[in-house]
Design a protein. Sequence first.
Length: 268
Amino acid sequence: MTKIARILGLAMTLSLAAAGSALATPSTQIWIPSTDVQPFKVAHLGIDNYFRASATPKMAGNTGTRDANTMDIGATVGVLPFEKIQMEIGFDYLVIASAPNDNHPWSGNFKLGTPEDSLFKGSPALAAGMYNVGPSQRKDIAGGVVAGQNIAYGLVAKTIPAIGAIPSLGRLSAGYFSGSERALVSNAGAPSNDGVLLSWDRTMSEISDKLWLAVDYQGGHSAMGALNIGASWAFAKNVSVIFGYDIYNRKEAAGNNTFTTQLDINFP
């Protein structure tokens, strides 16, 4: 879309839908969305892999095999040419290795946000959006699907400023999400489709401006609930890689913990 009117029309339509979308990738910390938004005309390619850290223990009913690994390839692009209000839209293709995939590997995402200090001096960053937007799933296959989680969320974030000789302590983010009752369920099959979003992140400029650390958390007892710890290194101005570890709230629903590698490339 090149015309501003069409872009604004799309933004309004998506915002109204959010008022009314498990690994689809708007701009994120490690696992959860962040308040960051891709700048206008900047496209982002992400290739995320999740490798199981261990096999399932041998117990009655299983043979000690590993749960399936997951790969997600996604793209987002900034679509609003404004400094104080920004928007990105994107899509993802997600596959699960050596395991049945549902019929909807494609999903969409969007985010509308404002950066820090944009509303007034000292104002926090704000963001709202949806991810893993896809067709709703039938009740008889809920809990065994990836698509159709339709997670809507809101976030607020603020960087703790440096005080004298004390450097900035980084950025704190907090928010809430809610998604599909059919797709976001506990291992017992009960809905677990909402919860908190929390994160801390910081560029470790004392060591290198290329090094970034983060910890984030998504609540709930579904496959989305997790505590995640990671570090990123920028190999170039527009290329970075995150190395992280994901500790799932309920392994009965999400499987064993995973190591993650996330390649991020911006164009131009």
